[in-house]
Design a protein around this ligand. Structure first.
Ligand code: DGL
Length: 265
């Protein structure tokens, strides 16, 4: 199933890079194309219909770039639009959901906290995950307004950010959770800060690696056909202003001098 065509990934902003880095780690030869919908970020409090329309527009664009598979690298967008996108497009589409199943496997006291956007936490996908894997467990959902914007700003090493995150995490710690799920693809970038705040006895889990494994499974784990290459390419697009987003991309992707192409859709 692998071919020289690219893998497309998108999110409201650059949070989905936490998924893309896992895809890159597992599939070094694949060409990756990433779209950050920076002009419409954050999605977390938008109506589901609006998020779905954005997802259609971005998928149309990714398909015009020659992708063979799309990763909706956003829990919020997957909650709002995964089924609709799968129905509309004749290609594999992989979504992201909070890692309830892996968390259920590692919790010792049966108390799990989930931090995510409001859209994700009220969505049918999350509820059905809790029904499927949460039997006998106590799962506490905590929306975290403001964290997506902080990651997009590229500045979280400050007291205000620490105060905001502590406020959210303290509510979960007060319930006695021993496991916290990062249910938004922006949050893995805050993992060092989150781990510092919750202490080493709390397990912190995200979905990136699981999604990458699913991508590899769907593609058959192979090298692009007829061409055993060591390193695939990465290209980046944004609906926002490249001048503002390039420094954030450099920080989150860990590489200087990357170019982001503006694409209004
Ligand atoms: N990274 C997206 C997620 O996983 C955040 C969406 C947003 O609020 O913009 O949910």
């Amino acid at each position: 199933m692998t071919s020289l065509r690219k893998i497309g990934l998108f999110d409201s902003g650059f949070g989905g890079l936490s998924v893309m880095r896992e895809v890159r780690r597992l599939l070094p030869a694949e060409d990756l194309v990433y779209f950050a919908d920076s002009a419409h970020c954050p999605y977390g409090a938008k109506p589901v219909e609006v998020i779905r329309e954005r997802a259609y527009a971005i998928c149309d664009f990714l398909i015009s770039q020659g992708v063979k598979l799309i990763v909706i690298a956003s829990n919020t967008t997957s909650a709002a639009a995964l089924e609709a996108v799968r129905e509309k497009y004749n290609m594999p589409v992989i979504g992201v959901e909070p890692a309830v199943k892996p968390a259920a496997a590692v919790t010792v006291n049966g108390k799990i906290g989930v931090i995510a956007t409001g859209v994700t936490l009220v969505g049918e996908r999350f509820n059905s995950l809790v029904k499927r894997y949460g039997t006998g467990l106590q799962i506490y959902a905590q929306p975290c307004p403001g964290l997506v914007e902080i990651v997009e700003s590229g500045r979280w090493d400050n007291e205000e950010t620490e105060g905001l995150i502590s406020g959210y995490l303290d509510k979960l710690l007060a319930k006695g959770v021993d496991t916290i799920i990062l249910g938004c693809t922006h949050y893995p970038f805050l993992r060092p800060l989150i781990e510092k705040l919750v202490g080493k006895d709390i397990k912190v889990i995200d979905s990136g690696e699981g999604v990458a494994r699913q991508v590899a499974r769907v593609l058959g784990n192979g090298f692009p056909e007829g061409n055993i290459r060591l390193a695939g390419s990465e290209s980046f697009f944004t609906s926002g202003n490249p001048k503002f987003v390039e420094p954030v991309l450099a920080l989150l992707w860990g590489k200087q001098g990357l170019q982001v192409t503006k694409k209004e859709i």
